[in-house]
Design a protein around this ligand. Structure first.
Ligand code: PHE
Length: 380
């Protein structure tokens, strides 16, 4: 208590253990204090070291007791360090080394006590239990549209088709003009278009056929490309139609490509997609960028052709539009129509996905409802 009067000593509750060295602090500890010398300091350090080495801790609490006694702001290591100023100048270097070693000794003992208790104390006391299983990473799933697109793409890849993509904001030329749909062409009405207000020359592409033009413009022939992507049309959103959906476009241009190649390629595709028993039929159609043009139906893969709700009792389901690339389109892309011919086709992804996964509302594909999406976790 008397130490309290002297501010400095009171800050060191352990100072009485260092009574030999308290002279410099001006604390009245009696004449014996003056007998202190460096040997005594060394001896004291040795005793502390023995105590440190012998210290055992059974739990965190005892480790903390060790820390307070030796390494705390009012601990013994600090107190011993404080004695440095008494050391004569010529011995300061040697003593500094000794005191520093002492400090490191206490610190390393503290670390090993901590490690020991962490390892032996069991789950209640330790901060981490390395034997516990980790948190399972939640398994995501691919979107059903992605699954269907990947299936379509992989079938055509086996026939040597490469994959290309194009911009979703297109200019009028790529979306319409180059595809033989000049301004005011009535066939533009078939694709109710979103125009960009600031620049009416820009549209949200209405089909992936625009990517055909971009591929042909590159001037590298032959072309055997598959072009999947999102397209936009100004349609009322309902269970059966949406203002955006997905298509896969196909384009094959080389010398001597004929309608027979088109039929054979698409027949291979549907057999891979829907099974070897599927039948196909081509119906004449009209697209400004193909001539002749056709629409391809497959025998209904739900009822096998007998007639059901899906095929509206006809036994057939329409899956794509196709045709031989119009010579005007080739010319627009600087390809000589006398030398090269080619076929193109375009199919939607949503419709086959609806049928395959038995989904009855198109809107589910874009609502991001996890309850819907997680049902595809194991679908391939
Ligand atoms: N682009 C057409 C559509 O969206 C489909 C199509 C592509 C037709 C290629 C013929 C050739 O309806």
């Amino acid at each position: 208590m008397q130490d309290r009067k002297n501010g400095r000593a009171a800050a060191l509750p352990v100072a009485k253990e260092l009574r030999c060295f308290c002279t410099s602090a001006g604390v009245d500890v009696g004449a014996s204090a003056y007998l202190c010398n460096m040997e005594q300091l060394l001896q004291q350090i040795e005793e502390y070291k023995k105590e440190i080495a012998a210290f055992e801790a059974a739990d965190d609490k005892q480790v903390e007791e060790f820390r307070i006694r030796f390494l705390g702001t009012k601990g013994l290591v600090k107190a011993v360090m404080g004695e440095m100023k008494q050391v004569p100048a010529d011995q300061k270097k040697a003593f500094g080394q000794i005191l520093n070693d002492f400090k490191l000794f206490a610190e390393s003992r503290y670390e090993s006590l901590r490690e020991q208790t962490a390892a032996t104390q069991g789950p209640a006391g330790s901060r981490i239990d390395l034997s516990l299983p980790g948190d399972p990473a939640p398994l995501g799933s691919r979107h059903p549209i992605t699954l269907m697109r990947n299936r379509i793409v992989s079938i055509f890849q086996r026939l040597g088709f490469a994959v290309a993509e194009g911009p979703e904001i297109e200019d009028d030329w790529h979306n319409f003009g180059a595809l033989n749909l000049p301004p005011h062409h009535p066939a533009r009405d078939m694709q109710d278009t979103f125009y960009i207000q600031q620049n009416p020359d820009w549209v949200l592409r209405t089909h992936t056929s625009s990517v055909q033009i971009r591929e042909m413009e590159k001037g590298k022939l032959p072309i055997r490309m598959l072009m999947p992507g999102r397209v936009y049309r100004n349609e009322t959103v309902s269970a059966r139609s949406h203002c955006f959906f997905h298509q896969v476009e196909g384009l094959y241009i080389d010398e001597n490509v004929s309608f027979a190649d088109l039929k054979q390629t698409l027949y291979f595709f549907v057999k891979e997609m829907y099974g070897k028993d599927v039948k196909v039929r081509f119906r004449p159609s009209y697209f400004p960028f193909t001539e002749p043009s056709a629409e391809m139906d497959v025998s209904c893969f739900i009822c096998g052709g007998e007639g059901c709700n899906i095929c509206k009792k006809t036994g057939w389901v329409e899956i794509l539009g196709c045709g031989m690339v119009h010579p005007n389109v080739l010319q627009n892309c600087n390809i000589d129509p006398n030398k090269y011919t080619g076929f193109a086709f375009g199919m939607g992804i949503e419709r086959p996905a609806l049928l395959k996964y038995d989904v009855n509302d198109l809107r589910l594909f874009s609502e991001n409802d996890v309850r819907f999406l997680k049902q595809f976790t194991s679908a391939i």
